[in-house]
Ligand binder design. Structure first.
Ligand code: COA
Length: 193
């Protein structure tokens, strides 16, 4: 199995309550600069641990990427209990040694598809002005960027759900679960943790 194939197909699946310890460990592995980008400012390990405890809840859909069998990246979709027309917010984190390998892009695609299939009308992503990587990814998924002082708002209007978009979500989840159960052997070229 080539690096290229695995990079293009990171094992992504939904995360549930039983994944909370892995989510906490993932957030605690983020270095301070990445945590700042993820949470929009400097946050303590205690804050991050508390956040991880409550991230899996009604009204949120969390996806995780397991490129080496360990949870290395998280995509959060929250606000799904809002009034019609529904707006929701997404946020992402990829551990430093796993960045720039397409995992963030794959997670954004899964989170946008999940929003589409729940009839979200407007999806927001917020990032710091210096976070060019996230802005690039948002634009790649057709978001419109608005620059405010201290924050960039990326706004995306997912299309209406279709039978195909729902089938793709189910198939993607099946692939992620199958990958988790029948995990490919670790590669010799894994990034260091
Ligand atoms: C933003 C983040 C989620 C992206 O994840 P990732 O796995 O590195 O993303 P990908 O590898 O899929 O894609 C990165 C893209 O950014 C581009 N990029 C990298 N550095 C860049 C820069 N300085 N300026 C513009 N684009 C840049 C890459 O070329 C790539 O685009 P391409 O596929 O079109 O070539 C990840 O870097 C991260 O966790 N950052 C810290 C937390 C954060 O910023 N979260 C977002 C706010 S909620």
């Amino acid at each position: 199995m080539s690096d290229e194939f695995l990079d293009a197909n990171p094992a992504i699946r939904r995360l549930w309550q039983f994944d909370r310890p892995a989510i906490t460990e993932h957030f605690l592995r983020l270095d301070p600069a990445i945590r700042r980008m993820r949470f929009g400012g400097g946050v303590s390990p205690a804050f991050v641990a508390d956040y991880a405890e409550q991230i899996v809840q009604i009204g949120s859909i969390i996806h995780g990427a397991f490129p080496d069998g360990v949870l290395r990246a998280v995509g959060e979709l929250r606000g799904l209990l809002g009034e019609w027309p529904m707006t929701a917010e997404a946020a992402f984190s990829v551990e430093q040694h796993w960045q720039d390998r397409g995992i963030g892009n794959a997670l954004v695609a899964r989170v946008v598809a999940a929003a589409q299939n729940r009839s979200v009308k407007t999806l927001y992503m917020f990032c710091l002005p210096e976070n060019k990587r996230m802005q690039h990814l948002a634009m790649k998924h057709d978001a419109i960027l608005a620059y405010h002082s201290g924050e960039v708002e990326a706004k995306l209007d997912p299309p209406w759900p279709t039978a195909l978009s729902i089938a793709e979500e189910v198939a993607g989840e099946f692939y992620g679960l199958a990958h988790a159960v029948l995990r490919w052997p670790d590669r010799g070229t894994e990034p260091e943790t």
